[in-house]
Ligand binder design. Sequence first.
Ligand SMILES: [Zn+2]
Length: 270
Amino acid sequence: MWSIMPRLARLALCVPLASCAVSQQQEVALGANSAAQVSAQLPLIRDAAVTSYMRSLGAQLARVTDGRNLTWTFTVVDSKEVNAFALPGGWIYVNRGLIERATDMSELAGVIAHEIGHVTRRHSVEQLQQAQQANVGVSLLCTLTKVCESGASQAAINVGGTALFAKFSRSDESEADAEAVSTTVKAGISPRGIPTMFRTLLNERQSNSGAMSAFFATHPLEEDRIERTEALIAKYPAREITRLTRDTKAFEDFRRRLRSLPPSPTPRVR
Ligand SMILES: [Zn+2]
């Protein structure tokens, strides 16, 4: 997951940052500004069938999460790179490259639920604050702003942005994984898609690390994350888990539709 913060949002935060927490209202404002920048800079899938399915699966998951009363937005980024990220306040993005690798609905649901977990646990907003306190954020943001102002292509930002993605801590990842397990179960979806998707990503990293670099740069993923997630799932009665949905025709139609769209723009670095 990565986070960006445009100038306006940065100014909206109180100073000094070390001494103040970001309110939910500020968090949403921050996310909204960043989301506007993402819309302007990244190639997004606008196809009605794709956006409608993504919205409905996202809503199915978001409605069983904590009661922070956020308005959630779920978007597919038209990129072959495998990645998913969330902005503070409830904007979730999944790259087409990740969805095309998901073998069933539960795998995509697990990724979305993991990103929702980063938002509900406030990792996304804390990450921005920490980056600013360490004075790292400013230079990262300036770099990003420069990229934006230079009028570079959308795809260049997609590639350049990879280096700007902040990395979540292992404990943030564990928390988001635990949220993903409980969220999928509550939504009636099998959590087994979470470790199986991780397995696919780890296997692919060995053979095709280029397309995976953005994901691994931001979401530390090793064997132990798979084991911990499997252990969490094992705490539920096996019969209960087996009853949950793994796949649907709607998901298969959605993935087929996505695969039928014109190829994603090729990233170019200037
Ligand atoms: Zn993560």
